[in-house]
Design a protein around this ligand. Structure first.
Ligand code: IDP
Ligand code: MG
Length: 152
């Protein structure tokens, strides 16, 4: 599988509820590599671009209000198949339908407060990484235990 990068964000509810360490730990323990991390309170412009595909949906205004209501933890994770795998770690959009063991399945109950975002494919991953991060904010590095995670 090709080395990929994906965009993941802990939404304001996850930050307010003190779930940052719990969520970061799940991606670390899985074996993915953190290459970008920052705390940002998104502007309405940024939120609108990020959720542009949902602009016509009835929940759009509320979603933008929510995502701009406080700090978000924006991240870029790297690894083999990380785009699809992150979506699996995150779980279904509706937390009551998300499997136990997933982040939303374990930590959320409400679709409008579902704790975390993850890019849904290669094109959105590229778009969202470029939207939230500048090139200088992303780090290319080799973890010292890399050989224990990656088949040689
Ligand atoms: P995703 O986050 O699993 O990719 P999307 O369908 O892309 O799900 O929706 C983006 C976000 O919009 C969801 O995570 C959720 O916070 C919000 N959302 C989606 N559908 C609804 C809804 O019916 N009511 C309220 N919020 C919604
Ligand atoms: Mg989505």
């Amino acid at each position: 599988m090709a080395m990929e990068r994906t965009f993941v964000a802990i939404k304001p509810d996850g930050v307010q509820r003190g779930l940052v360490g719990e969520i970061l730990g799940r991606f670390e323990r899985k074996g993915f590599k953190l290459v970008g991390l920052k705390q940002v309170t998104p502007s309405r412009d940024l939120a609108g671009e990020h959720y542009g595909v949902h602009r016509e949906r009835p929940f759009f205004a509320g979603l933008v209000d929510f995502i701009t209501s406080g700090p978000v933890i924006a991240m870029v994770w790297e690894g083999d198949g990380v785009i699809a795998s992150a979506r699996k770690l995150i779980g279904a959009t509706k937390p009551l339908e998300a499997e136990p063991g997933t982040i939303r399945g374990d930590l959320a109950v409400n679709i409008g407060r579902n704790v975390i975002h993850g890019s849904d494919g290669p094109d959105t991953a590229q778009f969202e990484i470029n939207l939230w991060f500048s090139a200088e904010e992303l780090n290319t590095w080799t973890p010292s235990d890399q050989d224990w995670r990656i088949e040689s």
